[in-house]
Design a protein around this ligand. Sequence first.
Ligand code: GSH
Length: 203
Amino acid sequence: MKIYHSATSPFVRKCLVAAHELGLRDRIDLVPAAAHPVDRDRNLVAVNPLGQVPALVTDEGAVIHDSRVICEYLNALADGELIPADGDARWGVLVEQSLADGITDAALLTRYETAVRPEALRWAEWIAGQLDKVACGLADLERRAPAFGDRVDVGTIAFACALGYLDFRFASLAWRDRHPNAAAWFEWFGGRDSMVATRPPSA
Ligand SMILES: N[C@@H](CCC(=O)N[C@@H](CS)C(=O)NCC(=O)O)C(=O)O
């Protein structure tokens, strides 16, 4: 199978970390894509009309997106345990993934606002709103982190990729200063082989 890919995408990273953890990484080829909300990569759009990475093409030729569905697919393929099958554990992990992806989404939209949108069109209050989503999401993560233990699932993977993205693009936020529980947990999780192998290029 193959994944349309950008080495700096936190959502691609989430899928590749999941693939590593499931022992599937060797079965995935990476197809470079230039996902961009304005200069849309037409080769990518032909696969995923949203023009976003990650998009996975299975060995049978089916297209699967977005990152949440890809993680679900990979977990099923490997008969893995990254997503609990049912019960409270399932909803808990899926909500954590939703929260973590929301942090990443808000950070990514802030990045687009500052790196893509022309300066004259930028809206400071909108950026502040997105960064407040990041801050509120981190506060929730900080409350949850002490209970993570050694869990490796789509919830914790998504949180780790969110924090990795903040380190990569928003180092000046210095999120560790106000979130010692999350920092201690990420010190361990970020050292996993799956996280090290998927670090963005200049991180
Ligand atoms: N909900 C999607 C979000 C994916 C996403 O935002 N990918 C970014 C790169 S990190 C992208 O393709 N941006 C281009 C665009 O939004 O047009 C997922 O979980 O996969």
